[in-house]
Ligand binder design. Sequence first.
Ligand code: NAD
Length: 286
Amino acid sequence: MSEQKVALITGGGGGIGAAMARAVAARGVRIAVTDIDGAAAGRVAAEINERHGAGSAVAFPHDVSVEADCTRAVAETIAAFGSLDILFNNAGISVSTFRPDAETNLPSIAEVTPELMTRFFSINYMGAVHMIRAAVPAMVESGWGRVVNNTTSFITMLRVLPYGPLKAALEASSAVWAQELDGTGVTVNVLVPGGPTDTAFISDGAGIPRAKMLKPEVMGPPAAWLASPESDGITGKRYIAGFWDTALPELDAAKEAGAPIGWPDLATATRLWPGQEPGKGPGMGL
Ligand code: NAD
């Protein structure tokens, strides 16, 4: 990479975020690791600095559900490194946070109170909204940028309240943001593991054998590619890290693991829209 880019990874103190931070740093990108657990973020940044040299990473404690925290994390990153070019919206909480077996013994209408729904909405959806609003204007001004959103598998979106439907909102919003930013040099893509992943996110109480889960490291290669100039111009896509074949050249791996964000097939049903031909409706440009 000719010029060193700067990435911020939310929820980078552990699990998938830490795995992506390590892989993106190995690609020569400087990293702001942020997490509500500031000590965990500090440990990941220290490890990156040890491996890639002092000044490769910084860490900030940061709650994505608080707008002022997000604005501050972006400002602190720019103060530390001079720019913020790449945003990974990764921080999130799981249903294991309110009941250890909730991933498999699914939450009911009665259990998902408005307070619980709001908590998941504030972190898993609004966290990404706050970060994008804080980080994207400077990317657009510079003519280059990346937003990578970690949603979830489609099956989970249709199965697990309150987590899944709110990740569906982030998935749909990602398609909208990709369209809005098309042509600015700032791309918006979704990157998901593709299935249950062996992190603290899934409690042992769920009863899913850890040996059968994906490892968080699968997110590294596609994350590093998305952070690099090799993915210039690629936007509105959804990558399943578990399908990323590291034996292939990156563009071929991306073709195998990628598809348009969201539900474009359903968006072809536009004949009820005034003036629209089937398959040529809103959102079909991705
Ligand atoms: P994890 O629990 O290991 O890591 C999540 C990190 O986010 C933690 O370090 C935590 O401290 C941080 N965090 C929590 N609330 C925060 C807040 N308000 N502000 C800032 N940081 C906060 O989980 P993970 O498996 O690494 O999950 C990372 C992302 O991957 C999540 O968005 C999750 O929805 C998504 N995901 C996970 C799986 C899976 O099976 N593990 C599958 C698909 C998608």
